[in-house]
Design a protein. Structure first.
Length: 392
């Protein structure tokens, strides 16, 4: 297909729901991407949080190849070994739990919302936070407390109350006899890389215990070693009642998971919730390969070590360039709040072969693969610094 035909087909045949960059990629390996003109890019935002292992990790590829040659799909009214193994693995690395598998982050959060309502037996309100992001389906969107995403899609499901992030008193003030859960991202990704405070999270856990409410952490973006722990909640010394996962868990293939604390897991029984493709054999093999690679390649430690280096470099950049207002994040999840809009900077980096992201207009987001090397970080900073130099 000629390049002009690719663009024309998108223009004519695909709903324009994405702001698109006119690049056609044909190959990826680790932190590198190749476009159709053979230009190479250093990807510091692989797959919007999907690429924790980088592009086309060999272990994921061979697991998928092997599984595809044996059994591609089997519905959830039967058993298969990859799902049994993956659920066991996830609960081993988290807490005594039972898992529900689905296909995306939004779907995992929808599951958590439905679970809460069933658990509540009449209590249905869920407290969420300003600048949160939980997905685009109606329930997840109602939980996403950002008007720009909700506008024009009402009426949204009722029962969501958004309060200020990191404000425990605001949460306490919002609790009523109808409140059943608190749902948060421990680091708000789309919302601008805002990190939840330790006291705040500990306070939420206490409050949920006192009121018999569920603490739900959305680790769709922070999960799978991104922040320097296998799961971000592990930084906080608390255990959630429900954790939702997606993005990086499948190594590039679609998966979502809702990990529910065992004592309450039987709230949902047969027929109450389902997802046809959820936890199929191929995706479970991919996710097992991801978790194995995280262990074998010591990617948790790597995210910590490379994260320290990344933040050291970011701090030096902040000291030098006044357009950087604040640096936030953890592990290999970094946000640079600028005093100016970030769109042009992202574009200028792209032209020089570095892919990064900008969220909330002024927050540059760097989330390189956990396999990133020091040399690649140095290269990224060489480009970034060259670009920022124009904005002094
Ligand atoms: C924290 C968080 N939750 C949920 C979602 C939605 O995930 P998906 O796009 O897989 O539905 C995202 C996507 O960016 C996210 O960052």
């Amino acid at each position: 297909m000629k390049l002009s035909d690719v663009f024309a087909s998108y223009e004519n045949n695909i709903l324009p729901t994405y702001t698109k960059t006119p690049l056609v990629f044909v190959k990826g390996k680790g932190s590198w991407l190749w476009d159709i003109h053979h230009k190479v890019y250093l990807d510091f935002f692989p797959g919007w949080g999907v690429g924790n292992l980088g592009h086309c990790h060999p272990k994921v590829m061979s697991a998928v190849r092997d599984q595809i040659s044996k059994l591609i799909f089997i519905p959830n009214n039967y058993y298969h070994i990859p799902q049994a193994k993956l659920a066991k693995e996830l609960t081993y690395w988290t807490y005594p739990a039972k898992v529900f598998f689905c296909n995306s982050g939004a779907e995992a959060n929808e599951g958590a919302i439905k679970f809460s309502r069933k658990f509540g037996k009449g209590r249905y309100e869920i407290i969420t936070f300003t600048n949160s992001f939980h997905g685009r389906t109606l329930g997840a969107l109602a939980a996403t407390a950002q008007e720009k995403y909700q506008e024009g899609f009402g009426p949204l499901p009722a029962g969501f109350k958004a309060v200020e992030f990191n404000n425990l008193d605001a949460v306490k003030g919002a609790v009523t006899d109808k409140t059943v859960a608190v749902l948060l991202e421990l680091i708000q990704g789309e919302g601008g890389v805002n990190v939840a405070g330790e006291d705040f999270v500990a306070g939420l856990r206490r409050l949920c215990d006192e009121k018999n409410m569920l603490l739900i952490v959305d680790e769709v973006q922070t999960g799978v070693a991104r922040t320097g722990k296998l799961f971000c909640y592990q930084h906080y010394g608390v255990t959630p009642d429900i954790m939702t996962l997606a993005k990086a868990l499948g190594g590039g293939l679609p998966i979502g998971a809702m990990v529910v604390r065992k004592e309450i897991a039987d709230t949902l029984g047969p027929g109450m919730h389902a997802s046809t493709f959820g936890g199929g054999p191929v995706i479970c093999r991919a996710a097992l390969a991801v978790l194995k690679a995280v262990q074998k390649e010591r990617l948790v430690t790597k995210a910590q070590r490379m994260g320290e280096y990344l933040f050291e470099r970011l701090q030096a950049l902040k000291d030098k360039y006044r357009v950087i207002k604040e640096i936030r994040g953890m592990g290999l999840m970094a946000g640079l709040e600028l005093t100016i809009e970030g769109k042009e900077i992202v574009q200028a980096c792209l032209e020089k072969g570095l892919l990064i992201n900008c969220t909330h207009a002024k927050v540059l987001r760097l989330m390189p693969a956990l396999t990133v090397t020091k040399a690649q970080i140095n290269k990224a900073f060489y480009i970034l610094e060259g670009v920022l130099g124009h904005y002094q």
